[in-house]
Design a protein. Sequence first.
Length: 74
Amino acid sequence: MAISVLVVLMVLVPFAGRMLPGAEVANRILPGRPALQLIEQMPDVMPDTAAFAVLGAWAVAPLLVAVLAGERVS
């Protein structure tokens, strides 16, 4: 289940987020912009600590969903 959630979060949510109204606001919390900002390929849209926090949340979210669903994550 964690892999399924990861695929949905990393592929479908960013794609859908770009298609909806207000995509500029949504793109700030999707993993692409903070990652590009940290490797200095994009101008700063948030402080570096916030960019690290956003990327960390994207890494932890699928694991948290799997734990809450009762699956054993190893």
